[in-house]
Ligand binder design. Structure first.
Ligand SMILES: *[C@@H]1O[C@H](CO)[C@@H](O)[C@H](O)[C@H]1NC(C)=O
Ligand SMILES: *[C@@H]1O[C@H](CO)[C@@H](O)[C@H](O)[C@H]1NC(C)=O
Ligand SMILES: *[C@@H]1O[C@H](CO)[C@@H](O)[C@H](O)[C@H]1NC(C)=O
Length: 745
């Protein structure tokens, strides 16, 4: 799995590479599903050890050896254990009567002052914080790299003790740290990595080594901290989305990534401890749900009423890269806020290009014109060593992207004595630029297209010059929010009939708590996910009886789809983002508490969906943790799941009408009448029956049908996918919006 934090991603990916050839005698980590109920009464780690010991003969190993193989046992999110086994041993184990399946444990990677106002949480008249008590009493569990003890974002001033249902513990593995820093804000801290199998405890402290976990935890539930800033910028009152919620950190990642068996153990512990929301800023490769710890653990968490919010992944803008895409999880894309750490490049001919830089040098005169150079060969890309012997002193260097750099380009310019850098991004990143990580010299990260214009200027002039104007953190940047280039895209590889990602939230240059430096700015779907976790905590506070599906529906159907210039939210190309980038739109906390209607689902509603995916009974059992017989369950198509978005396939040979049934539950005013307004492009027709729904009571359910049909013969120039929307409108009260994605191929 990947920690979805953008600039570290590269090194994590390098660590993930290296497909060494394994022999079948090599010990590898497996997650083993056993029969339900399991052949032991209490299933703590010791019992699975003795279970393995009993079959040592079958495995052809010593009893003592067998007894030391178990890593974790799982009793909440699945029935079974993880263990170090060879391929040969797994083959032998598969003949034992309690064995169901074994899966190789995958590796996951870990992928503000401004966000609360941007999200409207501090709006004066209908303050969401006012209505929700800032999430007081709600417990947010976070699976991540650990937490920084004593950070002011986890101060518990004004926060009451956790509710009685809380069974977790806060333990830094050091009595004085625990005494000093566990409090009513930070109620849970546990490490599940590097488990010592003989002593049943982790050998690694839960203290955050990088800062990723501290950042995500403070984004979801951080307390108010005055004068928060980074390098003196963006100074202000910092707070998480739910500043009065309780926070519980489950450390499941080390600097080497996150082992699937530890992620599963973290979810198992969080469910048992009694968290209300789980925030998961990690991802692996797209994987069938029955082999994927977050999907498996998330199913059980959802069954217990826990809302699970996950990062969509940082593998965009390539299509079909979205991870954490099970329909019982919220899958969160990343977009910009309306803030920029401004660094404008002014050319000698007077033209200006807006860029970004977290490093805002003092004493860099905006008036002074520096020679602007673009060199040849390797020096064009500012590769390590390429500027040796080149006189760039007092010059601003334009560094092109390419050539696989080993050292950051700004470092190379710094070492060569350059006065500054102009750094375009890659073609693929379009207009997505990032302020962080900070540049080593005065400079600006600019869009690719602007880089082309600046290169043409350099080429056209005998003495090209430039200056850089630093204006600090500026807000109200037009065309915000915008989906950022790294945000993973649909359609889902695993369940293409469910639109993923579900929603977007702030994930670019997010300021939150960090490690040694108190606050830091980073980007990733790791950053957008905890914003949605915090929003879910606020909803839980006001609507403790809503199911995870109802909360997700409220978030999705109230999302907005226009940017701050009233145009469709763009992606990195500055063109309207498609549904595979945007999902239902951008979260709007002012609306989520009162969505009018919700598309609800019970845990059992997913069984026919899983059968419909063609999974075997054993595979489904791994997910739902109970015996399932698909021959006695009427399976459904993906599009039949009562989901808040709609995906339909109308290939050329599909002449018939495709009809889905949806059921909405009234969670708003009553009596109330809603009218259907459906909009699809001319290539298809869409009909809703009935045209209106009247509710007499709260919690009343009503069903409707929506039918799609191709209109006549479509020319060869039809697009492969088209988009529409269904809105249920209760005049002057509520609009319940579902995006519609239509595949014509
Ligand atoms: C919400 O706002 C109202 C009016 O401004 C105030 O009386 C009330 O105390 C506030 N509630 C909370 C929980 O802050
Ligand atoms: C620079 O100008 C020359 C001649 O005008 C042209 O051939 C070349 O393609 C230009 N290069 C760039 C990068 O614009
Ligand atoms: C599954 O259900 C079918 C139809 O009801 C039945 O014939 C079959 O025996 C069941 N299989 C199992 C393993 O229970």
């Amino acid at each position: 799995m990947t920690i979805l934090f953008f600039f570290l991603c590269v090194s994590f990916l390098l660590a993930a590479g290296g497909g060494a050839a394994y022999s079948d005698e090599e010990l590898k980590a497996y997650i083993v599903f056993v029969d339900i109920p399991p052949p032991v009464s209490a299933y703590d780690s010791g019992d699975y050890n003795s279970l393995l010991k009993n079959v040592a003969g079958t495995l052809e190993i010593e009893e003592d050896d067998a007894a030391s193989r178990v890593i974790h046992s799982y009793r909440n999110v699945m029935t079974g254990f993880s263990a170090m086994l060879t391929e040969r041993e797994v083959a032998a184990l598969s003949k034992v009567d309690w064995f169901v399946r074994a899966v190789r444990s995958s590796v996951y990677r870990p992928l503000t002052t401004h966000t609360p106002r941007f999200l409207g949480l501090r709006h004066r008249t209908h303050s969401v914080w006012n209505i929700t008590d800032m999430g007081e009493g709600v417990i947010i569990g976070i699976l991540d790299t650990g937490i920084t003890p004593g950070h002011p974002s986890f101060d518990d001033h004004g926060i009451p003790p956790p509710p009685a249902k809380w069974k977790g513990r806060c333990d830094f593995g050091n009595a004085s740290l625990t005494k000093q820093f566990c409090n009513n804000k930070l109620i849970g801290v546990r490490s599940l990595v590097n488990y010592d199998r003989s002593r049943h405890r982790s050998t690694v402290s839960p203290i955050d080594t990088g800062g990723h976990g501290t950042h995500t935890a403070s984004t979801a539930g951080g307390a108010f901290v005055k004068h928060a800033n980074v390098y003196g910028l963006a100074r202000g009152l910092a707070a998480g989305v739910a500043p009065h919620a309780h926070v519980a950190m489950y450390k499941v990642c080390t600097d080497d990534g996150c082992q699937g068996y530890d992620v599963l153990a973290g979810m198992d512990a969080a469910v048992e401890d009694g968290v209300d929301v789980l925030s998961i800023s990690l991802a692996g490769e797209p994987t069938p749900f029955y082999d994927e710890p977050v999907a498996i653990g998330g199913f059980h968490a959802m069954s217990r009423g826990i809302f699970v919010s996950c990062a969509a992944g940082n593998s965009g803008p390539y299509p079909s890269t979205v991870s954490n895409d099970a329909p019982w999880l919220l899958t969160v894309a990343a977009s910009t806020m309306d803030r920029s750490f401004s660094a404008t490049v002014k050319l000698g001919d007077g033209r200006q290009f807006r860029g970004q830089s977290l490093y805002q040098p003092r004493g860099f005169s905006p008036k002074k014109k520096y020679p602007l150079v673009l060199l040849d060969g390797r020096a064009r890309f500012c590769l390590e060593g390429s500027l040796d012997g080149v006189n760039v002193k007092g010059k601003i260097v334009f560094c092109d992207r390419g050539g696989n750099p080993a050292l950051p380009l700004d470092e190379v310019v710094k070492q060569a004595g350059g006065a500054g850098i102009v750094l375009p991004n890659y073609d693929l990143d379009g207009y997505s630029t990032y302020a962080s990580p900070p540049l080593a010299v005065p400079g600006s990260n600019i869009p690719y297209a602007d880089g082309l214009k600046i290169k043409a200027y350099i080429n056209s002039t005998a003495r090209p010059t430039a200056s850089i104007v630093f204006s600090g953190a500026v807000t109200h940047v037009p065309r915000s929010p915008a989906i950022t280039s790294f945000s993973s895209r649909g359609p889902s590889q695993i369940t293409p009939g469910i639109l993923k990602p579900d929603i977007t939230g702030p994930g670019v240059d997010v300021l939150a708590a960090w490690n040694t430096e108190k606050f830091y700015v980073i980007s990733g779907t790791s950053m957008s996910c905890p914003h949605l976790s915090g929003v879910a905590a606020l909803i839980k506070k006001v609507h403790p009886d809503w199911s995870p599906a109802a909360i997700k529906s409220a978030i999705m159907t109230t999302a907005y789809v226009k940017d701050n210039t009233n145009k469709p939210i763009p992606d990195e190309t500055n063109l309207p983002a498609d549904l595979f980038a945007l999902g239902a739109g951008h979260v709007k906390p002012l609306k989520v508490l009162d969505p009018g209607l919700v598309y609800d689902n019970s845990p059992e509603d997913y069984y026919p969906y899983l059968c419909g995916l063609g999974y075997s009974d054993h595979q489904i059992r791994s997910i739902v943790n109970r015996k399932i017989n698909c021959s006695s369950i009427k399976s459904i198509r993906e599009g039949d799941l009562n989901y808040p978005s709609i995906t339909v396939r109308l290939p050329a040979n599909q002449k018939r009408t495709v009809t889905f049934t949806r059921t909405v539950t009234n969670v708003g005013h009553s009596p109330a009448t809603y009218y259907a307004k459906v909009k699809v492009p001319k290539f298809v027709s869409a009909v809703v029956v009935p045209r209106s729904l009247t509710f007499e009571r709260v919690n009343e359910k009503k069903s409707f049908k929506i039918s799609f049909k191709r209109r006549g013969r479509l020319g060869a120039r039809r697009p492969p996918v088209i988009e529409g929307q269904l809105r249920w409108v209760s005049p002057a009260r509520a609009v319940v919006r579902s995006p519609i994605s239509i595949f014509l191929k």
